[in-house]
Design a binder for this molecule. Structure first.
Ligand code: URA
Length: 210
């Protein structure tokens, strides 16, 4: 059984995350650190990709050597903050297919509503990595994973930068089969749904908006 929550406690990840939390980090610095950290988190999220072998001729002899099996990985960015993780992970798997899911919260029902959904075909045959930096209440993350399952995805991993216990619990309840890979499990959510201690609004910080 795959672990439901993996905290990537590598010193480089933890070091970079600390400087991303700093409220005085500039947009450029925040974005650079996010890109660097996404390479390290992506490396962990892709650790158990299915493998096969191929025959390769070295300058000395023919040998059977490992390669990734099956269809290309699908990376699915949850708009808009997911795009901050996308560039780094795409560097690891340049041939990955890429999808986007846009959700907003209905002010009356407080439920996530889909406004954009475009994903690669044959999702059922691909490892799918969902990218969303902040796993806060988990409502939109769980909704995005439900949409991906409805589109056929079966092998899904959820990659985030920070997780709140509330979001992890929500995901475990809704999608116990989806492993979460994160750099840190923070303390809790505040009354506005922000992660504490957190790093603020990830989208605003990476895009320089407010
Ligand atoms: N989304 C963010 O960007 N930050 C939080 O703390 C929670 C959700």
């Amino acid at each position: 059984m795959t672990k439901h929550l993996t905290i990537v406690d590598h010193p480089l990840v933890q070091h970079k995350l600390t400087y991303m939390r700093d409220k005085d980090a500039s947009t450029g610095k925040f974005r650079r650190l996010l890109r660097e950290i996404s390479l390290l988190l992506g490396y962990e999220a892709l650790r158990d990709l299915p493998m096969t072998t191929t025959t390769v001729e070295t300058p000395l002899q023919e040998t059977e050597a490992p390669v990734l099996a099956g269809k290309k990985v699908a990376l699915v960015s949850i708009l808009r903050a997911g795009n901050g993780l996308l560039d780094g992970v795409l560097e690891l798997v340049p041939s990955a297919r890429v999808g986007f899911v846009g959700l907003y919260r209905d002010e009356e029902t407080l439920q996530p509503v889909q406004y954009y959904f475009k994903v690669p075909k044959d999702l059922a045959d691909r490892p799918v990595i969902v990218l969303d930096p902040m796993l806060a209440t988990g409502n939109s993350s769980a909704a995005a994973v439900t949409l991906l399952k409805e589109a056929g995805a079966r092998d899904i991993r959820f990659l985030c930068l920070l997780a709140a216990p509330e979001g992890v619990a929500r995901m475990k309840e809704a999608h116990p089969d989806v492993p979460i890979i994160t750099a840190a499990l923070d303390e809790r959510l505040n009354e506005k749904g922000y992660i504490l201690p957190g790093l603020g609004d990830a989208g605003d910080r990476m895009f320089g908006t407010k």
